[in-house]
Design a protein around this ligand. Structure first.
Ligand code: SF4
Length: 122
């Protein structure tokens, strides 16, 4: 069973997507990057933000995920980075580098595919 931890941008998560709905809908439907789990069992076990600009707290937050979930027997097997982080964060390169260096599990860039191509086209 894959246990997925999603990481997004603190400044975006609850203001742009509102409840991180697009990531969660994409996971439930196995759309976007989550197509990779179409044939296997997978659960989202967590959805956290980067810890705010410039992302200095992200490794500590990953350690907290481990700490708080250990008594539950839960541990992420893969991390997915939302487009709010990978595509729109000025600190993305440094944050992604830190996560990949410390996670010890696969770190996959991408989640949902629902970015609109434009706003006003009919
Ligand atoms: S560091 Fe990047 S991902 Fe985190 S809150 Fe700031 S802009 Fe968002």
């Amino acid at each position: 069973m894959e246990k997925i931890l999603i990481i997004g941008c603190k400044k975006s998560m609850d203001d742009v997507c509102i409840g991180c709905s697009r990531c969660l809908v994409a996971f439930n439907r196995r759309e976007g990057v989550f197509e990779m789990y179409e044939d296997g069992e997978a659960q989202v076990m967590g959805l956290i933000n980067c810890g705010d600009c410039p992302g200095a707290a992200i490794v500590t937050r990953l350690a907290q995920v481990k700490l708080w979930n250990a008594p539950l027997g839960e541990r992420p097997t893969a991390i997915h980075l939302g487009p709010c982080l990978t595509d729109h964060c000025p600190h993305a390169e440094a944050i992604i580098k830190k996560i990949k260096a410390k996670a010890g599990i696969p770190v996959i860039e991408g989640t949902h595919p629902y970015l609109p191509a434009d706003i006003f086209a009919p």
